[in-house]
Design a protein around this ligand. Structure first.
Ligand SMILES: NC(=O)c1ccc[n+]([C@@H]2O[C@H](COP(=O)([O-])OP(=O)(O)OC[C@H]3O[C@@H](n4cnc5c(N)ncnc54)[C@H](OP(=O)(O)O)[C@@H]3O)[C@@H](O)[C@H]2O)c1
Length: 261
């Protein structure tokens, strides 16, 4: 099998997982439009792959009121986009135990970038994807901590859990459409997202980026709609939680559909 989409809009393509996946997509003959805030990284991506295969648009997804205009401009400039890869994310340290005075700003910022902005992007692009005559898809980068939350990262874990619920629901509701909904659930991966812990820890924390990107790309090519890589705790227990929760979710969706008939 090969990757079935022709032009992917990768949001969060300037470093780490997004950049590694964008490189693999181009190498597989897929056009990529890269998005992120760091223009120097975007320019370098286009320079590396050439304007035939790569283009770039700087954009800050956290400013939600700008998302409809951003989407309209992308649709106008790149009408052949058939896959939206929502990968952008941030992780910030968070202390809840400071006598009720914990800072709401970083909490809300993570919920906004990792969840609400991705919902707003889905909202802005969905009519365009649904109208296409050919298969299209939305790929989300979630996290293992969506399934088993990390106590030290309550906002990050909550944002990924919310995204997981949104992904499951979107997939269910779009099951009779041309839009496939794909979720990648990475373990800790060696990327800049952990830089707040210091460069030394960041370099060594988690799976090497290339190993992860190879596995994720393999899952995409195999047509998996939920690509679980790594686990929190024993793999057997973790995968059983993911599978049983999904089965329970799908059973509930079927029951509710039957009740509405
Ligand atoms: N690394 C891990 O251990 C791990 C584990 C599980 C899941 N993930 C998820 O994987 C995804 C990618 O993270 P990564 O590990 O590759 O980290 P990364 O190297 O820090 O990459 C994050 C990407 O998100 C973009 N981004 C962040 N805020 C943005 C904003 N406001 N507007 C536009 N783009 C924004 C960044 O671009 P700019 O800074 O240029 O804007 C960058 O391209 C995230 O969703 C993360 O939660 C990572």
């Amino acid at each position: 099998m090969s990757f079935p989409y022709k032009h992917v809009l990768v949001i969060g393509a300037t470093s780490g997982i997004g950049r590694a996946m964008a490189d693999r997509l181009v190498q597989a003959g897929v056009k990529v439009t890269a998005v992120g805030r760091r223009k120097d990284r975007l320019d370098e991506f286009v320079q590396k792959h050439g304007e035939q295969m790569a283009s770039a648009v700087p954009f800050d997804i956290s400013v939600q009121e700008n998302i409809p205009k951003f989407a309209a401009e992308i649709i106008d400039s790149y009408p052949d986009v058939d896959c939206l890869f929502l990968n952008a994310g941030i992780q910030l340290p968070f202390e809840l135990d400071d006598r009720g005075q914990f800072d709401l700003e970083p909490f809300n910022k993570q919920m906004n970038v990792n969840y609400s902005s991705l919902v707003a992007l889905t909202h802005a692009f969905l009519p365009f994807l649904i109208e296409k005559k050919s298969p299209t898809s939305i790929i989300f980068t979630g996290s293992n901590v969506a399934i088993v939350p990390a106590a030290a990262m309550p906002a990050y874990s909550a944002s990924k859990a919310a995204l997981n619920v949104f992904t499951l629901s979107l997939r269910d509701q779009l099951q009779n459409s041309n839009v496939a909904v794909i979720e990648i659930l990475p373990p800790a991966v060696q990327t800049e997202i952990h830089l707040y812990m210091g460069e030394e820890i960041c370099r060594k924390l988690g799976m090497p980026l290339d190993t992860f990107a190879d596995l994720a790309f393999k899952g995409l090519i195999a047509g998996q709609d939920q690509i679980v890589i790594g686990s929190i705790g024993p793999a057997e227990r973790f995968n059983a939680i993911v599978d049983q929760r999904r089965t329970a979710f799908e059973d509930l969706a079927d029951v509710m559909r039957a009740q509405q008939k």
